[in-house]
Design a protein around this ligand. Sequence first.
Ligand SMILES: [Zn+2]
Length: 424
Amino acid sequence: MIWDRGMETMDRDRLQSLQKTRLNWTLRWARERLPFYRERLQNIVKLDERAADAIEELPFTYKSDLRDQYPLGFLAVPREEVRRYHASSGTRGKPTVVAYTERDLTLWSEVVARSLAAAGMEPGQTLQNAYGYGLFTGGLGLHQGAERLGVSVIPASGGNTERQVQLMVDLAPDGLAATPSYALYIAETMHHMGISSQDVAVKTGIFGAEPWTEGMREHLQEGLGIQAVDIYGLSEITGPGVAIECVEGKNGLHVFEDFFFVEVVDPKTGQRVAPGETGELVLTTLSKEAMPMIRYRTGDLVSANPEPCVCGRTSLRISRIHGRSDDMLIVRGVNVFPSEIERVVLNQPGVSAHYQLAFEGHPSRPELVLEVEETSPGSVDQKTLSTHLRAALGVHLTVRVVEPGRIPRSQGKAVRVVRRMVET
Ligand SMILES: [Zn+2]
């Protein structure tokens, strides 16, 4: 189902002219209200009707800028116009705070409603929302968008997994929203409780907030008896609902381009790359009042596909996130993304979908160890797994096989990399 047919299937010429009008509004709004942008924008372009043509000349905004302006240096409206705050966890340093006006919340609900419809949900259905509620945007973001679509919500939040499964049996939700790693744990818990996918009604999985692979999709679709799609978003831009896969195509995530302007750039030079080439996703908000973002460097590596989609939506699609540039690990000089490792692990028979990467040894010479779980004693062919990893990554990785259940389960965002270095 297409929630806003007019916008989502708009002719691309019309869409681009709408983007230009909104981009001009954003540039003027940001320059008038934020010292940060006033300084940066004043000498670079004349903010007249042609400003939007010159977006490539504008400087980027980085996560570090948000940290430097902590807490509310990017706030473009008076405090009394703010209706909600969210904040990042700050696991990689100082947290960042984001704010929304009433209109920002309405527009966010709108893109989430479109997302859920693209995933296959319909008004009148029920969604179990196992994203964490609170400062994280996943819980409340999905919640308000589901209500906007006319879907009833079970605000289960993360954790308490057996009760989560019980709710799925008792209230028969049609959809489940969670991080893919938590969905995996829910599926495993169902299995342990003796409940099969036939005993629950869930048909749609909306999974995001961490990178995941096609292998994980197959695993989740099979384990839960569902169609699973990838949803993307980030609090700096709005939260979940920036982009989503359609259930018909499952081949790239449609970006809601009437609200978000997309560029894909070479992470080193900052120059735009051609369609189909991988680069860093850069987003500019087109309607956001409380915290407009201009050319925000997401750190997420994607490629863009402007080809029409089978579902009828005309928006640009971005590939699944290969990984954030700051998730990249360096193993003996070779760049490795955890998602590449996941791809190999999930193709290997006898290995569970739970895995973890550990840096061990002395800090001056850390060794990366991949821990995988066998599904039954002796089920993992360690040698074949090592060979496949070496072929895929171009570097040798030590593999350690552990017994079922040993790797910690995720109840939110998965912790894929741990450090167990010896202190001397
Ligand atoms: Zn589509």
